[in-house]
Design a protein around this ligand. Sequence first.
Ligand code: ADP
Ligand code: MG
Length: 170
Amino acid sequence: MIMKKKSQAEDLGKPDSAIFKETHVLQSPEETLKFAKRLAAGLKPGSVLALSGGLGSGKTTFMKGLCAGLGVRGTDEVKSPTFVLMHVYKGLCPIYHFDLYRLDSAADAEEIGLEECLADAAAITCVEWAERAAGLFPENTYWLKFRTAGPETRILEIDSLKETRHDSQK
Ligand SMILES: Nc1ncnc2c1ncn2[C@@H]1O[C@H](COP(=O)(O)OP(=O)(O)O)[C@@H](O)[C@H]1O
Ligand SMILES: [Mg+2]
């Protein structure tokens, strides 16, 4: 289900017309996996996804679906990289999967190589708890905000620049 809302362009510091904002209601883990798989089809090397939302709000579940859509085999391996901070998966292109939950400061993001990955035009970079280093993200970032709205219900809000989006997502 898709509900278009009036865009809140101030989030991205852009005029209203430049922002694509949408809200999805995902009614089960399977629906989240399916949605993420479909969204993956519109990504290309250089895409950046910033995921935020509380524990259990569905960020890693979304990542499993995304990786399946990007041709990663054995998506059981797709887990929150909470202790190592980053995983790399091999799909249609390299996929960097960060989790900044344990990051103490944005400065530490430098040590784990986040900035290099964000700038890698040959890879797709996805970051859980991205709000902990919000200032590092490029303009073309897809901001995905997850919210728990019931045992099996998650609300996903996506903000992105219009020109970033692939045709299949518009
Ligand atoms: N609609 C839904 N979308 C995603 N996960 C869901 C949904 N409904 C229930 N869940 C459950 O919520 C949990 C989400 O965990 P996870 O994806 O690891 O979240 P996070 O990475 O945000 O901490 C999983 O146990 C999953 O099965
Ligand atoms: Mg997680």
